[in-house]
Ligand binder design. Structure first.
Ligand code: ADP
Length: 379
């Protein structure tokens, strides 16, 4: 038990520093005592002892006085020499112990300095070993966590550049193709060709707009106007806006609302933006004669909006990734319909920023999908 508590104390930096000072003092004093004792022994026969002997053997008072003076002088000299040598020994021993202990304590700090310099130079895989002192171990752990976060940010940055250039390339290649075909006289310079080119330009514009929103939403810089409002009229407005699109694809768009009103605390425009994305996706990924149902319930102090469709569904291995930037289950299908693959990423960040959540569920391909969007209820 005692050993355990001593080890525990030694693991704390403050006790290490206190003990190291104590060790230095003890080492110094020990050397001082040992040196004084040794010098006394070495000079004993020729020094003080001989003078004491002479004093004891003195016959007259003059001889006693002379022997006493010599004894005093010899005593002073011996004390001065032994103390000087012992002090020198103690200084050297103390210095040596101090250097050793300081190195022991400073080693992890030097390691952190070296590693942070390496990270600053772009070596994001740098990690430091965990020292066995509690405070330093905590610092090393935090340092390693920071290094890992930086590494992930760097990886995301590289992936983002790759994805963005890939996404930009598709519409640009299209426009280039139309222009080349027109220059070679393969395609006529008529309204139809311009309309097709215009579609590609619009896709580019949508992508750049989405990217701008994404970067701001991910950085937590999207301005939100958080207010108490009734979510039901917002839902009705969005469904009314998207109904023609659903009807054009022979889809039924239903709402199931059992409340008179449902006040939430969020940003109404951003709420509408998320709903447009979810219902728009449901329309996009549901084949003809399918059905999309939007319902609202209350669960655990949250308003829960569910967008369910009878569409193509999502395979279980794709479900964990659909909220990631640029992830598409079937890239050719999404791309041809103009999807950038970042709508859900933006929606989830918006839901989080408003204190809500956005999740997806599907029983698999062909079995439809359900998206749950929650918002905090107004108190
Ligand atoms: P996109 O613009 O490609 O639709 P999103 O971020 O909105 O991008 O969606 C990401 C991917 O999630 C889509 O490409 C699609 O594969 C899948 N997805 C989203 N909503 C649905 C849905 N209702 N049914 C099936 N798959 C969906």
């Amino acid at each position: 038990m005692k050993i355990w508590s001593a080890t525990k104390l030694w693991r704390q930096l403050r006790w290490r520093i206190i003990s190291s000072h104590l060790i230095i003092v003890i080492a110094g004093v020990t050397i001082l005592l040992l040196a004084t004792e040794t010098i006394q022994i070495l000079t004993g026969s020729a020094g003080i002892q001989a003078r004491v002997q002479a004093l004891a053997e003195a016959q007259t008072s003059q001889l006693v006085e002379a022997a006493a003076t010599k004894l005093l002088t010899t005593f002073r000299q011996t004390l001065f020499i032994s103390l000087s040598i012992a002090a020198l020994g103690a200084i050297i021993a103390g210095l040596f112990t101090a250097i050793l202990l300081t190195r022991l304590i400073l080693q992890p700090l030097e390691q952190i300095t070296r590693s942070s310099r390496r990270i600053a130079n772009g070596h994001y895989d740098e990690r430091i070993p965990i020292p066995n002192s509690d405070e330093l171990a905590m610092m090393a752990l935090n340092f390693n966590q920071m290094a890992e976060a930086l590494e992930q940010t760097e990886q995301r940055r590289i992936a983002l550049i790759g994805n963005v250039s890939h996404e930009l390339r598709t519409p640009l290649t299209g426009i280039e193709g139309y222009l080349e075909a027109m220059m070679d006289g393969v395609l006529p310079s008529d309204t139809e060709t311009y309309a097709q080119m215009y579609q590609e330009v619009r896709r580019l514009r949508r992508l750049t707009d989405d990217l701008q929103v994404l970067s701001r939403v991910e950085a937590g810089q999207i301005p939100l106007t958080i207010d108490v409002f009734d979510v039901l009229p917002v839902l009705e407005r969005v469904t009314a806006q998207l109904k023609p699109q659903a009807m054009a694809q022979c889809l039924e768009l239903e709402t199931e609302i059992s409340h008179q009103d449902l006040n939430v605390c969020a940003d109404s425009d951003r709420t509408a933006q998320v709903l447009v994305n979810l219902i728009g996706n449901a329309i996009r990924y549901t084949p003809e004669d399918g059905c999309i149902t939007v319902s609202v319930t209350v669960k655990q102090q949250m308003a829960q909006i569910s967008v369910h469709d009878t569409g193509i569904g999502i395979p279980p291995d794709s479900l964990p990734y659909i909220f990631e930037r640029f992830y598409r289950v079937d890239s050719s299908r999404s791309r041809s319909s103009g999807g950038s693959g970042i709508g859900l990423t933006i929606s989830r960040h918006l839901a989080w920023a408003m204190g809500g959540e956005l999740t997806a569920a599907s029983e698999g391909p062909g079995k439809g999908s359900t998206f749950l969007f929650t918002l905090p209820l107004a108190r």
